[in-house]
Design a protein around this ligand. Structure first.
Ligand SMILES: Nc1ncnc2c1ncn2[C@@H]1O[C@H](COP(=O)(O)OP(=O)(O)O)[C@@H](O)[C@H]1O
Ligand SMILES: [Mg+2]
Length: 352
């Protein structure tokens, strides 16, 4: 099963008179891992719920397989939902069911598989997330990290083409977060499904995804391949992703733009860019992640539009991380398969 493209255009969502975000446009490239980053309360969970049709945005479209799920009928929405696997923030397990029954639930609900077939699938997914042997435990008897992995196994049983994670890293210690992030990368290599991870964790955003989007001040600040955002000179993006203290985002509330501009001017032009943080690689024995070569090709195609400093940092990162038969990005390359019809990485500046 390989992933599908999700094309979001001009999406706006309000509750009553409270606008959460407007005019959000992005395309999740099929088979790649994308992250939606943003401070708490910016509407990241609302965005995920809109993607699966649990909330209805009042403007814009979400197109999957040529169907706009904001406007399609209930039957079609029900069909489209089967493409998704969702890991909610707390795992959302049934407290009275053991892990086996929790993970088997979607199969018993949505398929006509025999109990023997269900057992095979459940055991395979439990093994995948490192829960082999824990079938008879109840959610209340296990740690938060194990509950997240159980939620992930349940999200995987229907072999979804699109997998959504709501803050897989929240409430976990750094060791468990690292384990879960590695699991996400390995799963992506094995399934080639389309992933979207919502997080406010900058480290996850820097090291896990192929693409990064940032929600800020009720808009999508930018969406594109990681190389583009990690070298961006946009003040908001650069402050957030490169952990710079100077910038428009204050510790508690947003600074006024005059103060932010003074600070940016004082900080001056940086001499070159710091190296791009390496992306997590698949574990030993796991097949190569096909998404990497597709993304790197897309980045090479847009290289000429970037600043010399960004180009230098990106070249250095691609050379340091040769993957999937991609040689020196400066050298002529074999023709790689192009995902979809391009345009995934066009920088979107919706700031200020
Ligand atoms: N069903 C709802 N009805 C009204 N307001 C909501 C609802 N769901 C979320 N909100 C509001 O939308 C805003 C964004 O929430 P959320 O998406 O949970 O933020 P995040 O996930 O980025 O932390 C919050 O102010 C929240 O109170
Ligand atoms: Mg949330």
């Amino acid at each position: 099963m390989s992933g599908v493209e999700v094309k979001v255009e001009g999406l706006s969502k309000s509750f009553g008179r409270a606008n959460i975000w407007s005019d959000v446009s992005l395309t999740l490239p099929p088979g790649e891992v994308s992250v939606l980053l943003g401070p708490s309360g910016t509407g990241k969970s609302v965005f995920l719920k809109s993607l699966i049709g649990l909330l209805k945005p009042e403007k814009g479209s979400i197109v999957i397989h040529d169907t706009d799920l904001v406007r399609c009928n209930e039957n079609r929405l029900y069909e489209l939902r089967k493409l998704f696997g969702v890991l909610f923030q707390d795992g959302a397990l049934f407290g009275s069911m053991n892990l086996f029954d929790n993970i088997a639930f979607p199969l018993r609900e949505h398929t006509k598989k025999s109990e023997a077939q269900i057992k095979d699938i459940v055991m395979e997914k439990m093994d995948m997330v490192g829960l082999k042997g824990d079938e008879s435990k109840l959610p209340g008897e296990i740690s938060g990290g194990m509950r997240k992995r159980a939620g992930l196994a349940r999200a995987l049983v229907l072999d979804p083409e699109i997998i959504l994670f709501d803050e897989p890293d929240s409430g976990l210690d750094p060791v468990r977060t690292a384990y879960l992030n590695q699991l996400i990368i390995d799963l992506n290599a094995q399934t080639d499904s389309t992933f979207l991870i919502v997080t406010h964790d900058i480290n996850t955003a820097q090291t896990v995804p192929d693409n990064i989007g940032m929600l800020y001040r009720k808009h999508l600040a930018m969406f594109g391949p990681r190389e583009l955002l990690l070298t961006s000179d946009d003040p908001v993006v650069s402050q957030f992703l490169n952990g710079r203290r100077e910038g428009p985002i204050g510790m508690s509330e947003e600074k006024d733009s005059a103060q932010a501009e003074r600070e940016m001017a004082e900080a001056g032009e940086l001499d070159g860019l710091p190296p791009i943080k390496p992306q997590l690689e698949v574990s030993a024995g796991v097949p190569e992640r096909k998404a990497v070569a597709r993304r790197q090709q897309r980045v090479r195609d847009m290289m000429h539009t970037l600043s010399p400093a960004a180009q230098a940092a990106i070249r250095a990162s691609h050379i340091a991380q040769p993957q999937a038969g991609v040689a020196d990005p400066g050298a002529p390359t074999e023709q790689l398969p192009r995902a979809g019809h391009g345009g995934y990485g066009e920088p979107r500046h919706r700031l200020r």
